[in-house]
Design a protein around this ligand. Structure first.
Ligand code: OKP
Ligand code: ZN
Length: 344
């Protein structure tokens, strides 16, 4: 399998993540990329190639222009008014104060465009997000041209990013951008299968009213797990999108037997929908030792995940999302990819 990777994803090097009431070193760190890459090289999965540049047009097809402009300027504006640390939101247009106007002060704009408070914006965040989506689009391009699978070693991840908000370490929704471009290149229905531990709320929001992209997500039940406010089973799509959003929330402690049964159901839904191309939001934070998640998948389970995905027989683009047990992230990612390759 061909991997797309760029050292430039590591330009984002945030110092802080607000977690457990503390400012900690972020879980979503540049070292994740090195560990995955190292394992790809050691395992002989296939060649590693640099992405090409696609500009912002494919981004603006799924994200609002004002949101993209906010991301592009946020760090400079934050620094310009003398803020001491990284840009961390601490006020939002919330239920009791929904607001309608976008503030001018960067602190107010930051909250307006934020879902969550753990993710700092720092130097080169926008640049890394741009490279991450270029990796996703390069992987898609390869799969469209050749029919062969590809892997985008995306960082930062994307699946929490909605049309106009960042959060959960995500800024541009790489999977949504790729799925949307696949349609523009002639496919009439595409599937996004999100197997990250966390619900892909951004991907769900972006495609919720659409029937050209079926979104299937397996994740920790939002009653107990981040992102808490979206991802329930009764969220099935709206309007013509009704039936094209499929959630499989599962309780903390879920093991591979239960998880893989949900996966098979999700794959059947994708088959029924007649999807012509598959984008996999590949998070491996379902791993039993992941530091911020609570499923119980083992390293040995991941080749079978790849094998099951291959039963769809679709052109497939894998894009990295989460996975934070840094010692094992490379092993688990490559296990999925090589299991897929071995089965097709
Ligand atoms: C990003 B991705 C756990 C807090 C979780 C943020 C998680 C972001 C996950 N106590 N905080 O989906 O892997
Ligand atoms: Zn995750």
């Amino acid at each position: 399998m061909l991997t797309f990777h760029s050292e430039s994803t590591k330009l984002r090097r945030a110092k802080t993540e607000l977690n457990e009431g503390l400012l900690m070193a972020p879980f979503e760190c540049p070292e994740r990329v090195d560990l995955v890459l190292e394992r790809i090289r050691a395992s002989g999965l296939g060649p590693v190639q640099a992405p090409t540049r696609f500009g912002l047009e494919p981004v603006l097809a799924v994200h609002d222009r004002d949101y993209v402009e906010f991301l592009a300027g946020c760090w400079e504006e934050w620094k310009a008014i003398g803020m001491a640390g990284e840009a961390i939101p601490n006020i939002w247009p919330s239920r009791s104060m929904p607001g309608t106007r976008i503030p001018e002060h960067i602190e107010g704009r930051l909250g307006y465009y934020a879902q969550t408070g753990e993710t700092s914006i720092c130097a080169n965040t926008f640049e890394a997000a741009e490279v991450s989506k270029d990796i996703a689009l390069s992987a898609l391009g390869h799969t469209l041209e050749s029919g062969e699978p590809s892997f985008g070693l995306c960082r930062p991840p994307g699946h929490h990013a909605s049309s106009n908000q960042f959060g959960g370490y995500c800024f541009f929704n790489n999977a949504a951008i790729a799925a949307d471009q696949a349609l523009k290149h002639g496919h009439s229905r595409v599937a996004v299968l999100d197997i990250d531990f966390h619900h892909g709320n951004g991907t769900q929001e972006i495609f919720y009213a659409r029937d050209d992209v079926i979104v299937v997500s397996l994740h920790g039940d939002p009653l107990h797990c981040f992102p808490y406010y979206l991802g329930h089973a009764d969220e099935t799509g709206s309007g013509r999108g009704e039936g094209y959003n499929v959630n499989y929330p599962m309780p903390p402690g879920t093991d591979y037997a239960r998880w893989s049964a949900a996966l098979d159901e999700g794959l059947a839904r994708i088959r029924q929908a007649g999807a012509e191309l598959l984008v996999v939001s590949l998070g491996v934070d379902t791993f039993e030792h992941d530091p911020i998640s609570s499923f119980k998948l083992r390293s040995d389970d991941y080749p079978d995940v790849g094998r099951r995905l291959a039963t769809l027989g679709l052109p497939t683009v894998f894009l990295l999302e989460g996975g934070y047990a840094v010692e094992e992230i490379g092993i688990n990612v490559v296990n999925v990819l090589s299991g897929f390759d071995a089965a097709r």
